[in-house]
Design a protein around this ligand. Structure first.
Ligand code: ZN
Ligand code: ZN
Length: 137
């Protein structure tokens, strides 16, 4: 790739040719629990990068809030579909698996409106000091 950094727009156009992909930059927030001090960085809901589609889950195995890959190329799969697609996937993504501990057995969808802390159950808050992190893919 020869896109030049001093011309960010040209690089942008090179990377995102299709209008549908303009919204594919992943956005993450820092969430904190004021009761026990637990902090997590997560999207807080369905999100998609250039390849991976993620959704925010609580992993019951390691008790972390994690962004779990649930699809690819802007399409979210059911667990059944993911099983079939996994072997054919060109992206090498692991679907419905906790990125922290690797277990897929105890994933529970995290509610971005209730924001329950996986440690103590208290409602978590978006940590505005932690800022918004735009990254990945
Ligand atoms: Zn807590
Ligand atoms: Zn886990």
């Amino acid at each position: 790739m020869t896109a030049r950094l001093h011309d960010p727009l040209a690089q942008f156009n090179y990377l995102y040719k299709e209008p549908a992909n303009l919204t594919t930059m992943g956005t993450k927030y820092t969430f904190k629990c004021n009761k026990c001090g637990y902090r997590a960085t997560a999207s807080g809901g369905m999100d998609s990068g250039m390849h991976a589609v993620t959704d925010t889950y609580i992993c019951g195995s390691c008790r972390e809030i994690v962004d779990v890959c649930t699809g690819e190329y802007g399409q979210e799969y059911t667990r059944e579909e993911a099983q079939v697609r996994k072997s054919k996937s060109g992206t090498g993504l692991n679907f419905y698996v906790c990125p922290v501990c690797g277990s897929g057995k105890n994933l529970l969808k995290w509610s971005a409106s209730d924001c329950p802390c996986p440690e103590c159950g208290e409602k978590m808050e978006k940590d505005l000091d932690g800022g918004m992190i735009v990254m990945w893919d």
